[in-house]
Every structure is written in C-alpha cells, then in structure tokens.
Design a protein around this ligand. Structure first.
Ligand SMILES: [Zn+2]
Ligand SMILES: [Zn+2]
Length: 344
C-alpha cells in the first residue's frame, strides 16, 4: 500500500512510498482509513523539530472502519466505524501516569503517527484499547477531528474554570484555537478571538462558528479593543493557542487580575515573559497538552449531542499522493484542517 512516511531523521525526508499492508495480530485491529487530518505536529515532524524514529508512517488524527481483528480482540469488531487515541499507541501500563489514566505522560510510550505507524496510508494497525467507536451520527470527516477536539476539550472544559457569562479571549485562530472558542461558547462565555491579517479567512470561519468578536491584532489596537469589550477589566480567561511569543505577552498583559491563563500553543523555543505579572495580578497560569481517557469519553459523548459542527474547519480534502500540497497549505496557514484520504 502507499503511505506517507518520514524516511530519515533529517529535515524533509517525507515521501509517499510503498510499504507492506499490516496484519492485525493478537490484541490488535486493522483499520481501513477513510480520513486522516494533517496537524501541526506532522509539520514539526516534517521539519525534524519533533524527534521520532524513522521510518514511520505519519498521521495521528484518523478514522475509518475495522477490517480485521486479531485473536483476543473483544473491544471492537470488523465493520465498526472508529477513531483512535493516538497518544496511547503503546504504553508501559504500570507507571504512575498510566495508572491515573493520563497516558500522554507514560514514561515509556509510543504514539501512533510518530513512534509507530499512523494513518496516512490505506490501513493502520493499532491495539484494541485505543480504539473508540464513532457515535452513529458522526460522519467520517468529523471522526478525523476527534483527536484535536479532545485536545481543546481538555484545555477548555477539564482544566480551565469558565463561568457562564464570563469573557474568554482565544489568541490564535488555528483549528485548536477555533475549537477552544466553540467550547468556551458552549460553556456560556462571550468569546473574543485574536488573530493577524494573515488569518483573515480563518477568522471568518471562527465568526461563523460562534466567536462573538474577532480582533485583528495588526490593524486594531488589541489592548484598546479588549478594554472596550471588558469595561477596562480585561478578560476573565485567556487561551493562548498560537504559540507566538508576542501573543503570549499580550495575553498575559490583558488577562484580568485574578484571571485564568491557559497556554495551549507550543513556542518551540524558550521565551522571555514578565512572570511578575502572574504574581502581581495573581493569575492562575497553566498549560494543557493532549488528553486523558476521560477526555476521550467526554469528547465522543459531547460530539454525539450535535451541539457543534466541526466540518467547516475542514478547508481541503486531498488524496495521499497530494500530501505535499496539504502540508504546504498548513505551513502557509492557508488551510485550517486538511484531510488526506487513500486513493480509491
Ligand atoms: Zn494532532
Ligand atoms: Zn506508563
């Protein structure tokens, strides 16, 4: 089968090549992939900013149909429509983090699409424990968005207190930022989204999906705009989702005294920040990364309720052979979410 593979550790070295089709084996299933989303992490792997052991098939935001189950599989069956929690591809099962249900922090872990073969291929083999059946009303496109949505859900719903009627600023209108905005909205908040001139198309999508206000930080004075929207106090909560140092500085600046700041974007390098602000404004500052098993249960039950439509976040659908075009669109921030699908 054709697969998009990171073939060597050096930057670039991603190719569409022929690889053997996987076989289920004990405790494992083979999924016929329908869609797999291109994520910022894939770009980091492409640029070798995220260390993995090649060769490995990329793609961790996948969904499809189970076509083969190995001996001992009881959790799912052939024909099931499923998605997977890629962060728990392989776990030690014994460390403190495994035992509290936080697989992302397992001390001996491999993730689908980086530490082991992922979903940019016709078939993907995973262990049964990481498979989640899609609710019947979820289509295969939304199915591929479950993983990023779980990331946003942990940040907004599980880790950050948001009271109804509060004002929430989300900085960075990428897919995760917009999902955070949608979830904050579902908590009864008023949501202000910050972006740059290059984000115009993404801001329009965000507005359509429920952001109450959008502010272009390059053409509007964001401090003034936020002051006007918050009677001079600043937002109750900020989510920094861009990973841009200037955005982090702005977020720390505008969040109100005794407010909450959750860092979701990754900067990829150390940065200078005035942490005195955390002290003197008594800010609750925290990070959110990935998701737990509980987040996955919640994510699927939440999406089953049909409260949000994630499909407008999909701005392109391409066959695997055009993976390069997909990656370029994401790098150039032209696209929100691009889904890759195997050739017919
Ligand atoms: Zn991802
Ligand atoms: Zn572990």
């Amino acid at each position: 089968m054709k697969a998009v593979v990171k073939t060597r550790p050096e930057p670039g070295n991603v190719e569409l090549i022929d690889v053997p089709e996987p076989q289920a084996g004990p405790g494992h299933v083979v999924i016929e992939v329908h869609n797999a989303g291109v994520c910022g992490t894939d770009i980091h792997i492409y640029k070798s900013e995220y260390v993995i052991k090649p060769p490995v098939i990329l793609g961790h935001e996948l969904c499809g149909t189970i076509v083969e189950v190995g001996p001992g599989v009881t959790r799912c069956a052939v024909g099931d429509r499923v998605t997977v929690n890629p962060s728990a591809g392989q776990l030690c099962g014994n460390c403190r983090y495994c035992r509290i249900g936080a697989p992302f922090f397992c001390i001996d872990r491999s993730a689908v699409g980086s530490g082991m073969n992922g979903g940019f291929a016709k078939y993907c083999r995973v262990r049964q424990e990481i498979v989640f059946r899609l609710p019947e009303n979820l289509d295969f496109e939304t199915g591929a968005l479950c993983e990023p949505f779980a990331c946003a859900l942990q940040a907004v719903v599980e880790l950050t207190l948001i009271e109804p009627g509060e004002i929430v600023v989300v900085s960075g209108p990428g897919p995760i930022g917009i999902m955070c905005a949608m979830l904050a909205k579902s908590r009864g908040a008023r949501v202000v989204l910050l972006g740059t001139s290059g984000d115009a198309d993404r801001m329009a999508v965000a507005k359509r999906l429920g952001a109450d206000n959008v502010v272009n930080v390059e053409t509007d004075d964001p401090r003034r705009a936020i002051q006007d929207l918050t009677q001079g106090y600043g937002p109750d909560v900020v989510f920094e989702c861009s990973g841009a140092p200037a955005s982090a500085e702005l977020c720390l600046d505008i969040v109100r005294k005794m407010g909450r700041y959750t860092q979701v974007g990754l900067f990829g390098k150390p940065l200078q920040m005035d942490l005195d602000k955390v002290v003197v404004k008594q800010i609750h500052l925290q990070g959110s990364m990935c998701h737990t098993w509980q987040t996955w249960e919640r994510t699927l039950r939440f999406l089953e309720q049909d409260l949000v439509d994630l499909r407008p976040l999909i701005t392109n659908r391409l066959p695997l052979s055009r993976w390069e075009e997909a990656f370029e669109g994401v790098i150039a921030r032209k696209e929100l979410k691009v889904l890759l699908h195997p050739e017919e």
